[in-house]
Design a protein around this ligand. Sequence first.
Ligand code: ZN
Length: 349
Amino acid sequence: MSGVVSLLRDLVQIPSPSREEGPIVKYLTDAFETLGWKAVREGKNLYTELGDEGPLLLLNSHTDTVPVGEGWSHNPLAAHIVDRKIYGRGSNDAKGCLAAMMYGAFAAFAKNPPKGRVLLAATCEEEISGQGLEQLLKILPKPDAAVVGEPTGLQPAVAQKGLLLLEVIAKGRSAHAAWGGGVNAVSAAARDILSLSNVSFDKSHPALGVPSLEVTQAHGGERHNVIPDRCKMVVDIRTTPTYTPEEIIDLVSKKVEGDVEVRSKRLVSVDTDPDHPIVQAAVAANPGAKPFGSPTVSDWVFLRDIPTVKVGPGDSHRSHTPDEYVTVSELEEGAAFYERLIREYFERA
Ligand SMILES: [Zn+2]
């Protein structure tokens, strides 16, 4: 079994749902030191710096996973290998990326080191947008470019949609249903929902297309015999860099009768110029790769002023599912890919 495979198996066998990363960080601290790296720990985040001088490249992935959940036919914490697939929670998202990054970075600096510095950071609480990369960046030197390790089949994502969550509160006036009168907030909400289904976005992003907007929750009324005076809707909007959150909030406000409140606008959309050296390096490291726009949110949101690609071994569709896996060849190719990416970047930076 290759080193990267046994590292990943160890990582999968240490459960690390968000907020419970302590044991895996302890394991990784030892693993960094075994590789000859100085391991620096900040909270539940861990990093090391490789190389002495030159541009600074951040390689980041996360140690936490979503909970194991139901429906597995393989033991989710055993990392059994069946038909060259390594099964387990986090194998694909994103412990495989982390293990491949570690091996890729180690190989890059073991002999013929590139003229640059790599900051390799294993961060916590990505799945809950918590105290991970966003906190660590406050104390790290600012990188010239970054790579976020997430399963993309080694295709570089050059843009990522953001998440804007709005609440629309339809208001009415209650009355006894038998007597009538009053103003029905659920009926008002229905008009708002229909109106929101007609929102169209005309400014398209080259990699992401247009934002999407869905009313995903609606709750109004408490009793069958009372005309409801309030109905709350939740609107899930996947944003692109072609609109500011404020523009979209304004657009929604003009479409609805209800009051619009912002539940979250922290997870912004991000993109990187496809001509930037970090994108070119990612394509050179995987010839034939096609830069694409990713609909899923990651810690890239906290790197918005740093040219970044999101790329790693595995398949995003397997993330958060039962029988999550990464294949042995994806993992080994991932490690070789990250080594090439590091070298290609410093030749261009
Ligand atoms: Zn992930």
